[in-house]
Write a protein that binds this ligand. Structure first.
Ligand code: NAI
Ligand SMILES: O=C(O)[C@H](O)CS(=O)(=O)O
Length: 484
């Protein structure tokens, strides 16, 4: 049972056209720390998804005509309600996703920051007036909401990945159908409850739960849906991108990563250790921007490895509801199996464990935070996203070798490096093929900067002044006969 000050936030029905919709068929929601079932949510299918799309289409006609100021005011009320219920939203998140309460509270504030940011950006969707190309003409460029948006989101940030899509969409004048991850629907439904309380009109925001393939199939095929915004694995992103081709939808994809974290010999080593801890072990290593490969220059390899292992060894592992816990469980048994397979493969090919390297004594989905050394590019941890609390340390000699190793992946989401030589900083920043680069910084996620990747890590950007552009279309007006 989740202890809430406001039990009304725990919704076990879907939110369609301003109403709470149940179904005979349901799907369980489990607590990753205990494996126990904490709720059942409706198992809706294509028919109900179509109803949600139709509701969003009806609502779009009025919502797009609201002034930006009106939409901003409603988003600000939603923002205030999210913050007012931060503790309950955090408890719901920890119950379904497992992250420590402190991190969950942080994610709610992070998620709310997107609502606040795009409430402000709503009023700055500017167009252009262009000097005419012919006498008696006028050229005007306007930006209009793209229409009905489908948002499909992952389990690792069950609150912020919803608001990072819904807030700019609503700010731009679009309406949205959200399909949250089946593992973590409760956070999305709680956000819908608060949007309802904020007075966001029926049909503007809809949340459907059920089999991903069936719901996604409807969302990607339905011609009324004009935009898909997806966050999740590259594999699923490619599939959805292909499914959207038939109706030429506008798409944004935030996909997988394989972030290099490079420590040069001129780095501030203590700062680099702090940055590696923050980047690698945030959300128990389950973020797409986590350091996935740690590349350390020869001269500082042993010192960095020992210091990092010492700090990791001291981390407290446990259920996210226990205050002071720093590492929660992995989301499920499959995630645990992937982490174990990566570690076993590395050890079989010559890596060594400095700390961790096995399931935690708590059992279940808990794994010991781990540091591996003597890791080489032939190992799976070099090529695949581990998505768990494992720091594999690679050794390199030269700056050129570090950049080449870092870029040797189909992914291009986030990269990090620690150095103090100004020439090196500019050379390496330019040489890295990534959408985001942390320089002497291990955390780069916020609402003001453009979040997104290149190569097989995605298309488009979220957050920042760029994020709202994903939800508008440019219309160009060419007016003749002006001078009579
Ligand atoms: N770039 C990013 O921000 C993120 C990337 N990921 C990547 O995703 C993986 C694990 O996260 P998951 O949530 O399990 O990813 P996933 O790609 O399996 O699921 C993401 C969302 O897509 C839905 N989905 C899955 N198959 C679908 C289909 N055929 N049609 C429509 N929807 C479908 C899921 O229900 C979920 O809502 C990791 O590899 C990680 O790298 C995860 C979270 C964020
Ligand atoms: O899904 C994720 O991993 C998030 O995009 C990472 S972050 O924005 O919360 O850093």
């Amino acid at each position: 049972m989740i202890e809430l000050s406001d039990p009304g936030l725990l919704r076990d029905r879907c939110y369609i056209d301003g109403a709470w919709v149940g179904a005979e068929a349901t799907m369980p929601v489990s607590d990753p720390a205990t494996g126990g079932v904490i709720a059942q949510v409706p198992r809706l299918g294509a028919a109900q998804t179509r109803q949600a799309v139709e509701a969003a289409a009806r609502a779009f006609e009025d919502w797009r005509k609201r002034t930006a100021k009106e939409r901003a005011a409603l988003l600000k009320r939603w923002h205030a309600l999210i913050l007012a219920h931060q503790e309950d939203l955090a408890r719901i998140m920890t119950a379904e996703q497992g992250k420590p309460l402190a991190e969950a509270r942080g994610e709610v504030a992070y998620g709310a920051s997107f609502v606040e940011w795009f409430a402000e950006e709503a009023k700055r969707v500017y167009g252009d007036v262009i000097p005419e190309h012919l006498p008696g003409h006028r050229i005007v460029v306007t930006k209009e909401p793209v229409g009905v948006v489908a948002a499909i989101t992952p389990w690792n940030f069950p609150n912020a990945m919803i608001t990072r899509k819904v807030a700019p969409a609503l700010a731009a004048g679009c309406t949205v159908v959200v399909k949250p991850a089946s593992a973590t629907p409760l956070s999305a439904l709680a956000l819908a409850e608060l949007a309802h309380r904020a007075g966001i009109p029926a049909g503007v925001l809809n949340v459907v739960t059920g089999p991903a393939g069936e719901i996604g199939g409807e969302l990607t095929a339905n011609p009324t849906v004009r935009k898909l915004s997806f966050t999740g694995s590259t594999e699923v992103g490619k599939r959805l991108m292909a499914q959207c081709a038939a109706t030429v939808k506008k798409i944004s994809l935030e996909l997988g990563g394989n972030a290099p974290f490079i420590v040069f010999d001129d780095a501030d080593l203590e700062a680099a250790v702090e940055g590696a801890l923050a980047s690698k072990y945030r959300n128990t290593g389950q973020t797409c921007v986590c350091a996935n490969r740690i590349l350390v220059q020869d001269g500082v390899y042993e010192a960095f490895a020992e210091r990092l292992a010492e700090r990791v060894r001291a981390m407290r592992v446990g259920p996210g509801t226990e205050e002071g816990v720093q590492q929660g469980p992995l989301i499920n048994a499959d995630a645990l199996a992937k982490v174990e397979a990566h570690v076993a493969d590395a050890l079989a090919k010559g890596a060594r464990v400095l700390t961790g390297g096995r399931r935690h004594a708590l059992g279940g989905n808990f794994y010991e935070p781990t540091v591996l050394v003597d890791v080489t590019p032939e190992m799976r941890v070099a090529r695949e996203e581990t998505f768990g609390p494992v720091a594999p340390l690679f050794r390199f000699r030269t700056e050129e070798e570090a950049v080449r190793l870092a870029n040797d992946t189909p992914y291009g989401l986030a990269a990090y490096f620690y150095a103090r030589d100004v020439g090196r900083v500019w050379r390496v920043a330019r040489g890295l093929e990534y959408g985001m680069v942390g320089i002497n910084a291990g955390i780069l996620s916020n609402e003001v900067a453009p979040f997104g990747g290149v190569k097989e890590s995605g298309i488009g950007r979220e957050g920042s002044k760029y994020g709202i552009e994903e939800f508008v279309e440019i219309k160009y007006l060419c007016m003749g006969g002006i001078d009579g």
